[in-house]
Ligand binder design. Structure first.
Ligand SMILES: Cc1cc2nc3c(=O)[nH]c(=O)nc-3n(C[C@H](O)[C@H](O)[C@H](O)COP(=O)(O)O)c2cc1C
Length: 364
């Protein structure tokens, strides 16, 4: 690319009712800074997000749709009045700087621990231990066998997502992203490694996709599909084993979502070695791009150059950056002027307080 050419990442994009100033998206990132009591968003979160408001779009950290959806400490929710009030300071601060912000709707399902639920078991499509660890109020603990949701409870969780979207709208968010990635509840429903149900939410691919599709349709009815993105991670094996036919599963799901008027589909590329695992797609963006009619956002491991390349090749319309945004509140400005980036401090990713949160320097 010639030096005087506009970088593809810096070109605007019309996305439904939104005019995105550029194609650089801040990826959803849990930072564990919400108030311990009630998981309420606090003032430093407004500072943190507003520092990053020059992104074309900010996607908030995962936010629980119900107390049952919690699996980590100090993660914000979107189910209580106090949480809605707390989020208002965040959305106002971002809008004051001309930014656009979606809230990520989250339910961890089985990736939790009884310590978060007054001794009660976490819930999941089926009673299968994810065999991972949970960061509980009393330290790191092994996960347990979750309790299987009844059919009527599943319908209730769909409603929790829908209410979460309504609350997000009340809190001033421009839209929501449905968290269907990274081994959490929606991905647990999708994959036959975690879903052994015999009701209409289990069995065939169509049945396993029903939960996601009901969430999407329900939210579409209350806030409009053009204000909703969906995040999927077809190449993820974190928190959850692969499906017996991961490729076929995601082909089906993405075909169902294609052309439905979603704001965007957000796909994660692989984050670990998948060699030896059958039926996985290892080049996610390239493979699924032709199947999805609509705006495609890609993520995982991109930098300025590869981000520009993936846009100019037509494989994606938007690129979400995670870790680079943690360390560089002015990432857009740095990309635009091809400036060096700050180094992220991993030790403060998930700890409370302002260190490593709102104190990364901007370029002067
Ligand atoms: C600190 C941290 C927290 C994260 N929290 C979330 C989250 O709440 N929801 C989600 O979908 N992904 C989450 N992710 C994944 C990121 O959105 C992104 O997919 C990942 O960082 C890869 O993108 P990158 O290579 O640009 O960093 C998190 C990642 C990090 C580093």
């Amino acid at each position: 690319m010639a030096d005087n050419e506009v970088q593809p990442l810096l070109t605007p994009l019309a996305m439904g009712p939104f005019h995105l100033r550029n194609r650089i998206v801040m990826a959803p990132m849990t930072r564990n800074r919400a108030e311990n009591k009630g998981n309420v968003p606090v003032e430093i979160m407004a500072t943190y997000y507003s520092q990053r408001a020059s992104a074309g779009l900010i996607i908030s950290e995962g936010s629980q749709v119900s107390p049952q959806g919690v699996g980590y400490l100090n993660t914000p929710g979107i189910h209580s009045k106090d949480q809605v009030e707390g989020w208002k300071q965040v959305t106002k601060a971002v809008h004051d700087r001309g930014g656009t912000i979606f809230l990520q709707l989250w339910h961890v399902g089985r990736v939790s621990h009884p310590d978060f639920h007054e001794g009660n078991l976490p819930v999941a499509p089926s009673p299968i231990n994810p065999e991972t660890e949970a960061y509980t109020p009393l330290g790191l603990k092994k996960t347990v066998v979750p309790r299987e949701l009844s059919t009527s409870e599943v319908r209730g969780v769909v409603q929790d997502f829908v209410r979460g979207a309504e609350n997000a709208r009340e809190a001033g968010f421009d839209g929501v992203e449905v968290h269907g990635a990274n081994g959490y509840l929606i991905e647990q429903f999708l994959r036959d490694s975690a879903n052994k149900r015999t009701d209409e939410y289990g069995g065939s691919i169509e049945n396993r996709a029903r939960f996601l599709m009901e969430v999407v349709d329900g939210i579409g009815r209350v806030i409009g599909k053009d204000r909703m993105g969906v995040r999927l991670s077809p190449a993820n094996v974190w928190n959850i084993p692969p499906d017996s036919d991961t490729k076929g599963l995601y082909e089906y799901v993405i075909d169902r979502l294609s052309g439905t008027g979603l704001a965007y589909l957000h796909l994660r590329e692989k984050a670990s070695d998948l060699s030896g695992i059958p039926n996985m797609v290892t080049n996610v963006t390239e493979y699924f791009r032709p199947r999805f009619k609509g705006i495609l956002m890609t993520n995982t491991g991109f930098d300025r150059e590869s981000g520009n390349r993936v846009i100019s090749s037509g494989l994606a319309d938007l690129v979400a950056f995670g870790v680079p945004f943690i360390a560089n509140p002015d990432l857009v400005e740095r990309f635009s002027r091809k400036l060096p980036l700050n180094t992220p401090d991993q030790s403060t990713f998930y700890t409370g307080g302002i260190k490593g949160y709102i104190d990364y320097p901007t370029h002067v």
